[in-house]
Design a protein around this ligand. Structure first.
Ligand code: LMR
Length: 398
């Protein structure tokens, strides 16, 4: 009898599955607004110039392929921690915060989930509704009970009052996942005053914040986007932050990220980090080296870092322009007001407000691919396609 006879088929990934569907579509006008990758005006996802220079240098200077250790490349983790917590972070200066390198932001989330399950048993994790679909499955796979607080309602609006009211009912000690900026999938972010209100509830109920920081630099800029992370880390005894270099360094396939921890004391941080290294050993042993070495090269070199900052800023500005461009293209159809939220949302993604049936029609009739929930990757748009896109949106939403 076959061992695999009982293995059932599961549906394809809601986001990555779109890559194949798009690839096999022969329509020359096809548009890919699925998985969150940045595309340049030529429709390519380029390797950043700063990355290319760092890679060339590495090719010449790298002397070994030996393991890099449980917490990863020390130069990478030191520089990444400064990027997240700030160049003059008092937490880092006091050894109360540190980073553990992980395979991408997803690896950091899984490491955080496993850490909570193992070291803080019995705590639920609370996710925004909606959230990145992999948050749901990843934390459940790590053994956590997954619960939700409202974030965006069916009429495609951030419902901050309902969010705050729900946070006020979360049991003391539970974990709350917050998106630092560029909320995935909606693109709706909290303003500073709202962040302070959330902080007050988190403090009062002694919740543990896990802040997903996958898009640093894509909302308001590299420093401004870290504001809420730094506020929480400064005001609370313990914070977990997951950082990704996929988008802002364009290192998607190199799987480069980190789990950052800030802790009440330097001594306790050592305990926590010992657990993280032990858990990581059982997940991936040691993280992949290349992407982290590239990031370390860039952040350790002033001129390379400046070039990278300019490149991130150029991507950010272009995405903002594409948002406005789509609204302008929707104007002749009388739809600019109905879709005005696209101009207010930030980062790569937009919850367009299109329903699954409309998304299906966009795909079947116009070869425009987006996630079934109506999430569009604005960073995948192209100014030449905006009219085509607007006409198709007008047809399916008429
Ligand atoms: C996305 O949401 O499209 C990205 O974060 C890529 C991914 O891994 O899903």
């Amino acid at each position: 009898m076959s061992h695999f006879g009982q293995v059932a088929r599961v549906p394809g990934d809601p986001i990555l599955g779109l890559i194949d569907a798009y690839r096999s579509d022969s329509n020359p006008h096809k548009v890919d607004l699925g998985v969150g990758v940045y595309k340049d005006p030529q429709g390519n996802t380029p390797i950043l110039r700063s990355v290319k220079i760092a890679e060339r240098h590495l090719l010449e200077s790298e002397t070994t392929k030996s393991y890099i250790g449980g917490h990863g490349d020390p130069l990478f983790t030191q520089h990444l921690a400064r990027l997240v917590f700030g160049a003059d972070s008092s937490l880092l200066n006091a050894n109360r915060a540190g980073a553990t390198q992980t395979p991408g932001g997803t690896g950091a989330l899984r490491l955080a989930g496993e850490f909570i399950h193992r070291c803080l048993p019995g705590r639920s994790i609370w996710l925004s509704d909606p959230t990145w679909p992999i948050h749901e499955t990843l934390f459940a796979a790590a053994g956590l009970k997954v619960q939700h607080y409202p974030y965006v309602e069916a009429d495609n609006r951030l419902v901050f009052d309902a969010m705050l009211a729900a946070l006020q009912l979360i049991p003391h000690g539970d974990v709350v996942l917050l998106h630092a900026c560029c909320h995935n999938p909606s693109g709706f972010d909290l303003n500073p005053q709202q962040w302070r209100q959330v902080l007050a509830v988190v403090r009062e109920r002694n919740l543990l914040p896990l802040i997903d920081f996958a898009y640093q630099g894509f909302a308001e800029g590299l420093e401004a986007d870290a504001w809420a992370v730094r506020l929480f880390a400064a005001e609370l005894p313990d914070v977990l932050v997951t950082s990704s270099c996929s988008k802002n360094f364009g290192l998607y396939r190199e799987r480069t990220g980190a789990l950052l921890v800030s802790s009440a004391t330097a001594d306790k941080l050592v305990d926590v980090r010992s657990q993280l290294a032990a858990i990581a050993r059982n997940l991936w042993s040691t993280p992949p080296a290349h992407g982290a070495a590239v990031v370390a090269q860039i952040l350790a070199d002033d001129s390379l870092q400046r070039l990278w900052q300019e490149e991130v800023e150029a991507m950010r500005m272009r995405i903002a322009e594409l948002r406005q461009g789509l609204l302008t293209a929707l104007q002749p159809y009388g739809l600019a007001e109905r879709f005005a939220h696209i101009g207010q949302q930030r980062g790569m993604f937009s919850y367009t407000g299109l329903n699954p049936e409309q998304v299906k029609r966009l795909r079947d009739e116009h070869s425009i691919y987006m996630v079934g929930t109506g999430r569009a990757n604005v960073a995948g748009m192209d100014s030449q396609h905006l009219d085509y896109l607007a006409a198709a949106i007008a047809k399916v939403s008429g």
